[in-house]
Design a protein around this ligand. Sequence first.
Ligand code: BES
Ligand code: ZN
Length: 452
Amino acid sequence: MDSVLKAIAADRAAALEELKAFLRIPSVSGDPARRGEVRRAATWVAEYLGRIGCRVEVVETPGHPIVYGEWTGAPGRPTLLMYGHYDVQPEDPVHEWTSPPFEPTIRDGAIYARGAADDKGQVFVHLKAAAAWLKAEGRLPLNLKFLIEGEEEVGSVNLEPFVVERAERLKADAVVISDTAMLAKGAPALCVGLRGIVYCQVDVQGPATDLHSGTFGGSVANPATVLCRILARLTDERGRVTIPGFYDEVRPLTAAEREAFAALPFDEKAYREALGVSALDGEAGFTTLERRWARPTFEVNGLLAGFTGVGSKTVLPARAMAKVSMRLVPDQDPEKIIEAFEATVRRLCPPSVTLRITRMHGSRPWLMPTDHPATQAAVRALTRGFGRPPVFIRSGGSIPIVTALTERLAAPILLIGFGLPDENAHAPDERLDLDNFHRGIETIAHLYAELT
Ligand code: BES
Ligand code: ZN
């Protein structure tokens, strides 16, 4: 292990330069114009895996390619499957970045770029840990498989069929994923639960064209107003979702779970201040961590309608659009929830407009037991990497493929995140703390040894 740690330490500067090259590729999976860039990121990962000694395959899908790599030189030893994603979220609003999103910049001990934390920087942690072992020892202490996709940020729609089809090839004794955050700086964490999600677009069409709001206003439905009313009626003043049946399958938190959440060193005031809000908000009767980790939500992600330019324009817009999502918790079923959502929106929509609902993606919530031996190996690895034992947390975000991996591979999943909650994933000035990046590499190098 000493030789591996030495190799990691000696490689610090070079690792950062390599990570920068990865981060320079604008692999925005949701943007059709970036298709070539997304592929370039896949190729970058594949070449890297090849260079460190893995057998690699770039698998085509109807969407973006899947990179699969493996090193199987430890017969009789356990097999670890690493999952991650090389795609990123759009960089907009681009003018709010301090340095350009695809020109990685180091300042204040962090590397700033889209994808730094979510998830390229964290994927690279694993590539570096494997590289260090292979360089220092000429081998890994276990068999290692890499599954790195380019569609996580758009719902992983083409990955599930691949996992189903290749379940035998992907077989592993444990799965490790670094695509979550620590509890706070200096507080390493193992994440044991994720929320699920359903995402859709709602279009309301009114008159055939925009109209003079004075000449016609009051006589035809205004799609912007109609849409806002529908959306506003989907939650109530107690922060509850009003869709009938929405909470039917929600598993209540047990007293022990609530106690465990409450015992975590979570600073509510610091959280509020970091977010720049005057007060926190959410479902009545639940704490902030409960609201984020174990309660479902309805969110408007974006709204588009009418005139939003400078000055004023009196116009009755012809159409309005919203992108909405619902975060789900055990045991809510995305299929049932989207049905209930559609039925409710249709019921609330007046006959004077045309409504179109487009389903985009969905994924199930996930919760893992904490008593598996692999979890204990992860606890030991994190303790070595960060000099402090991790806490068990959940995350409010979603990683769509996690439930399929759990079911198809029947293996425990270790969510070992090296991001920080305030590193602006999906937002301007996304970054990754460099100390956590380096400790992350050491942690994963330890994990390989601890799992054997
Ligand atoms: N890394 C996140 C998931 C995440 C977010 C984990 C916050 C823990 C805390 C992942 O890349 C992500 O953003 N997933 C999407 C999935 C969606 C597009 C299906 C999400 O949660 O919005
Ligand atoms: Zn993300």
